[in-house]
Design a protein around this ligand. Structure first.
Ligand SMILES: Cc1cc2nc3c(=O)[nH]c(=O)nc-3n(C[C@H](O)[C@H](O)[C@H](O)COP(=O)(O)OP(=O)(O)OC[C@H]3O[C@@H](n4cnc5c(N)ncnc54)[C@H](O)[C@@H]3O)c2cc1C
Length: 551
């Protein structure tokens, strides 16, 4: 008889684990509290936005970005059949341009590919670091040195030094110019993830920065990819269909309320249904693919007896932040701002966004909502605690996003967008009137923000020591979520997928099932850097500081 596995949570981590397990002959059941899979990556239809035969407006918790360095989640997508033939990886579309928009200044446009010629390289650098940034040659030289340090430090130094340092300290922010702080300290961390320069650790931020940087010089994969339609229709729903066709059993509306343990092994799980009834569920193995803040309250003394290291989950459960999307439905006419991601680098609320319609050729906009949707502008708000532009608040400071009612959030975001996109001449590309907008109902306002059921884990300074391995010391429990220790090391779909692969590999080894392990890849290190890294390994072993040169 097949070895049975109960997967707790049906986000990217849980679905990835289900995929790897069912293809290896395990009997898989997924318990998911929502009525759909996908977790933070799912699409959310705007309630009441259409009457049949019209289709509901497409919403989401936040837009989806698949940088070129992702391998694990892309490999999984390539193994999910798409409705029209091929795989869902075929639904990844390449962006051709990234834009850093600035208030009152022309945008900086960054082609997401390697410059193909010296003149193009010069143009990119001149555009990026032009005089109107206020960045001096010294600023640019210092930033280049810090990036070089991230690229050439040995892994041990990264783990023991960068992990325990904030981005703010690493960049010597206190002694740098305001422009340096604006672009390279706050701008980089605030717009990449819901991180703060004073709290995020350098190792995690450095991974993304250097991998994105290497991506610019890699011809084989686009730096920036996104889906060619709303996430659930083009990816998550075909995934569920495929998994069900292979025998995965989904139980929706089941909230895991307890993981029971006899002090050695997990003996069962208590799952509550919507009507309040609680069911006991048993399996040979358990994969916990719940978010860190949901997992922490389930760690009981009995589980800690079986694996004392699980106490670390409680230490990092509070390291979750509000990064939340808002979608604007432009009336009648689309405004394709840039053919890729847009980062509003000096916007108070650290906005990033994407004009979706240009990437969604298969979506019949005439059938959406009231039939007058011209385009969908999807914006992520990463900073909920800095005063906005529109609404006066206590103490002479404007209201932060957290202090605003949802309609105020929408209006302030719209204002920040319009001010960041002022063209050199002519009218603002965005209409003055606030269009219809949508925020995931999982973010609750009463009247201001009181709860967010999809908070994002951020790697704070020194948090690696508390983060668990996918393979716990409990013989029949593994972890498969974005906060688990991975090479990816940043809470993303890629990390959730890598964690699931690690979890499944541990489970295979423990179950005794003869199955091939899941592939796990290291992060890319360009050959040209390897001698520098090896030289730094020698310095590290000798107790010496980084020098950035081959010995
Ligand atoms: C606004 C925003 C934008 C983002 N953009 C990107 C991006 O562009 N690219 C990228 O790679 N990553 C992005 N991320 C991060 C990425 O979405 C997450 O890291 C990833 O989806 C996490 O997957 P997961 O399976 O670990 O967790 P989750 O997605 O949180 O899945 C956990 C699942 O468990 C379920 N669950 C929770 N509690 C219970 C319970 N008690 N019982 C049963 N089920 C339960 C949840 O409903 C959910 O389905 C973004 C995140 C946010 C917030």
């Amino acid at each position: 008889m097949a070895v049975s596995v109960l997967i707790l949570g049906g986000g990217v981590g849980g679905l990835s684990a289900a995929h790897e397990l069912v293809e290896r002959g395990f009997a898989v059941t997924v318990l998911e509290q929502r009525d759909v899979p996908g977790g933070k990556a799912r699409s959310v239809e705007v309630p009441g936005s259409a009457q049949p035969p019209m289709l509901p407006l497409p919403g989401e918790h936040g837009f989806r970005f698949f940088p070129g360095f992702y391998r694990h989640v892309i490999d999984t997508m390539a193994r999910i059949p798409a409705a029209g033939g091929g795989s869902v990886a075929g639904h990844l579309a390449a962006a051709s341009l990234e834009m850093l928009a600035r208030m009152g200044k022309p945008p900086i446009e960054l082609p997401p590919h390697q410059p193909h010629s010296l003149p193009e390289l010069r143009r990119v650098l001149r555009t990026l670091f032009g005089a109107d940034t206020g960045l001096s040659d010294d600023d640019i030289g210092f930033f280049a040195l810090k990036v070089w340090q991230l690229m050439t430090a040995c892994p041990e130094r990264a783990l023991h030094e960068f992990e325990n340092q904030s981005w703010l300290a690493f960049m010597d922010a206190a002694n740098r110019s305001p422009a340096f702080n604006e672009y390279f300290v706050d701008g980089l961390t605030r717009c990449l993830v819901a991180a703060r320069a004073d709290k995020a650790n350098v190792r995690a931020g450095g991974v993304v920065l250097t991998q994105l940087f290497y991506g610019m010089f890699d011809h084989s994969t686009p730096l920036d990819r996104l889906l060619d339609g709303p996430t659930s229709p083009v990816w998550i729903t075909p995934w569920r269909t495929y998994l069900e066709s292979r025998g995965v059993h989904f139980e929706f509306g089941r909230t895991v309320a307890a993981i029971e343990c006899d002090g050695r092994r997990v003996t069962g799980v208590a799952a509550a249904a919507a009507d309040g009834s609680v069911q006991q569920r048993q399996a040979d193995h358990y994969v916990c693919a719940l978010p860190v803040e949901t997992t922490a309250p389930l760690i009981t003394p009995a589980l800690l007896q079986a694996d004392p290291a699980l106490a670390g989950i409680g230490r990092i459960a509070g390291d979750v932040y509000d990064m939340v999307g808002i979608q604007f439905y432009l009336p009648d006419t689309d405004v394709p701002l840039v053919h890729g991601h847009l980062s509003l680098i000096d916007s108070p609320w650290a906005l990033t966004g994407i004009s979706q319609r240009q990437f969604w050729p298969g979506v019949d906009f005439a059938r959406l909502g009231d039939g007058h949707v011209g385009g969908v502008l999807s914006i992520d708000i990463s900073d909920w605690d800095t005063p906005g532009l529109c609404f006066p608040g206590p103490g002479g400071r404007n209201l932060t996003a957290r202090q605003c009612r949802p309609e105020q959030v929408a209006l302030d975001v719209w204002t920040q967008l319009r001010r960041s996109l002022v063209p050199a001449s002519g009218p603002n590309p965005l209409p003055a009137a606030l269009p219809r907008w949508f925020i995931d109902p999982g973010v609750r306002f009463d009247p201001t923000l009181v709860a967010n059921d999809s908070r994002l884990f951020v790697n704070l300074v020194g948090s690696w020591q508390y983060r668990p391995e996918a393979a716990t010391a409990v013989p029949n429990l593994v972890l498969a979520s974005d906060y688990v220790r991975t090479n990816t090391n940043l809470a993303t779909m890629e990390a959730a997928n890598e964690a699931a692969r690690r979890a499944v590999n541990a489970l295979i080894a423990r179950s005794g099932v003869a199955a091939a392990p899941c592939a796990i890849w290291p992060l890319h290190t360009p050959e040209v850097l390897k001698p520098f890294i090896e030289a730094d390994c020698l310095l590290w072993k000798a107790g010496l500081p980084w020098r950035g040169a081959v010995a």
